[in-house]
Design a protein around this ligand. Structure first.
Ligand SMILES: *Cc1c(COP(=O)(O)O)cnc(C)c1O
Length: 445
């Protein structure tokens, strides 16, 4: 009889033995509860005292002069775009493989997005594909440290300098991670990120922005914090006469129950993510020479690391498994006791919203409403974003070797016995199972 659980063998993971704490996140203790209850009991949800304390603590931790809290990461990133003076007709270069909130807000500024390809092993923006995307109206490069992996910042910053472009870092997947000994979020002119409850730094529902530049701070503040758009916070001359109004006509204030939780989460963040890192590295060390599976992680020898390992995935190499489809592979791993799914965010340039959505009631789609060139044509240069194959792996929160070994064994067993799976594999050699839009259930299959 086959060893594989999909054919009746014993599953690699004994799910009855797995403690809930192995995956539970965020870790919430009485300290979080006390902080949140204090805000509730004081009726201070719409206040600023706790948020401002967190902003100071976050700026210090993030090694930046200034930090601002927002109601969510989407708003923080939009404020970052405004801080870079993006306006009508401007373009921002963004990797095609990311969550929509890295770029879709550009439309709200009358700006647009040019998609660059990703690098096949980092899954972050490919520095070699950036210059292809630059035009006369390019204003900024959005860098996403995707699925926890640091983007290759040295060549990116060099290109930005050469072409006089702003760099925004979207750190939503990688809080606390390092690139060559330096903290992610300290490379770009501005960094912004989500710290909603699913992310590795988790505050409930909140976003953060950080910068060293006072004018950028002032713009990002004035953008959606009407009650802080005044001389107590803002010193940039040309903004003064618009005091007390949010320049975007929107409101970005944080509910302070979230700021309170954020303060406690940050206090323990480095300690907790050090354990995550240890656990994740152990998992991959067990799969080192296994065919078909490859770690999506940095080589730490140059001081880089992936602190929180948000939404970790593995790279798939079907050519080492005679073309076994990633769906069939995942199906077999699921039978072994870990619910892996193939794919991650589908390449954004393939979504209709970036093709023909006319949300501005202008005579052209939003993507090209104010641009001098049809940036949609540049989407044709993207290939890796559509080809690369991945699958989710367990996101361990604790270093518990005996359980981590069970999960690693689930992947190993399937990879080593792949031949048994070839016969029933209808998707073998097809384009399926690559990437999906999370909301598109049909494509997710
Ligand atoms: C989660 C996320 C965001 C958006 O943050 P919200 O807090 O959900 O608004 C932006 N960019 C990336 C890469 C994300 O994963």
């Amino acid at each position: 009889m086959s060893e594989l659980a999909i054919f009746g063998g014993k599953p690699a993971v004994d799910e009855s033995k797995i403690p809930e704490s192995l995956f539970k996140w965020p870790i919430v203790t009485k300290e979080d509860e006390d902080g949140v209850l204090d805000v509730l009991r004081r009726g201070a949800m719409s206040g600023l005292d706790v948020t401002e304390k967190f902003e100071k603590e976050f700026a210090k931790w993030q090694k930046r002069k200034y930090a601002i809290g927002y109601c969510n990461g989407t708003m923080a990133l939009q404020a970052a775009m405004f801080a870079c003076k993006m306006g009508a007709g401007d373009e921002m270069i963004c990797p095609s493989k990311t969550y929509w909130a890295s770029c879709l807000q550009a439309f709200n500024l009358g700006s647009t997005v040019v998609f660059a390809d990703i690098h096949p092993t980092s899954l972050c923006i490919d520095p070699n594909d950036i210059e292809r995307c630059i035009g006369p109206r390019t204003k900024a490069i959005m860098v996403v440290h995707y699925l926890g992996h640091p983007a290759d910042m040295d060549p990116i910053m060099e290109i930005a300098k050469k072409h006089n472009l702003y760099v925004i870092e979207d750190v939503s997947h990688a809080q606390g991670g390092m690139y060559k000994g330096r903290m992610l979020g300290t490379f770009g002119h501005v960094a912004a990120m989500s710290i909603m409850s699913g992310k590795s730094l988790a505050a409930g529902e909140m976003g953060m922005l950080a910068t060293d530049d006072k004018e950028m701070y002032d713009r990002a503040m004035a953008y959606c914090h009407y009650e802080r758009n005044n001389s107590k916070y803002i010193s940039t001359d040309y903004l003064q006469k618009y005091a007390s109004m949010p320049l975007a006509g929107v409101k970005g204030r944080v509910n302070q129950t979230c700021s309170a939780m954020a303060r406690v989460q940050l206090k323990y963040y480095d300690q907790r993510t050090a354990e995550i890192r240890k656990a994740m590295k152990y998992f991959w060390s067990l799969l080192k020479d296994v065919p078909g599976v490859r770690a999506h992680m940095v080589d730490e020898s140059d001081g880089s690391n992936m602190a929180g390992w948000y939404a970790p995935h593995g790279l798939y190499c079907p050519e080492e498994l005679e073309g076994l489809s990633v769906e069939r592979f995942c199906e077999a791993v699921r039978a072994e006791g870990f619910g892996t799914t193939p794919g991650a965010n589908k390449a954004l340039h393939l979504h209709n919203i970036f093709k023909d959505y006319n949300g501005l009631n202008y005579d052209k789609p939003a993507r090209v409403a104010f641009t001098d060139r049809d940036v949609r044509n540049l989407d044709e240069g993207i290939t890796v974003s559509q080809q690369v194959q991945v699958y989710s792996i367990p996101w361990f929160k604790h270093y518990m070797p005996e359980y981590i070994e069970m999960y690693a064994n689930a992947f190993k067993k399937v990879a080593l016995n792949y031949k048994e799976l070839l016969a029933g594999d209808e998707k073998r050699g097809t384009e399926s199972g690559r990437w999906f839009f999370y909301t598109d259930k049909k494509e997710k299959k």
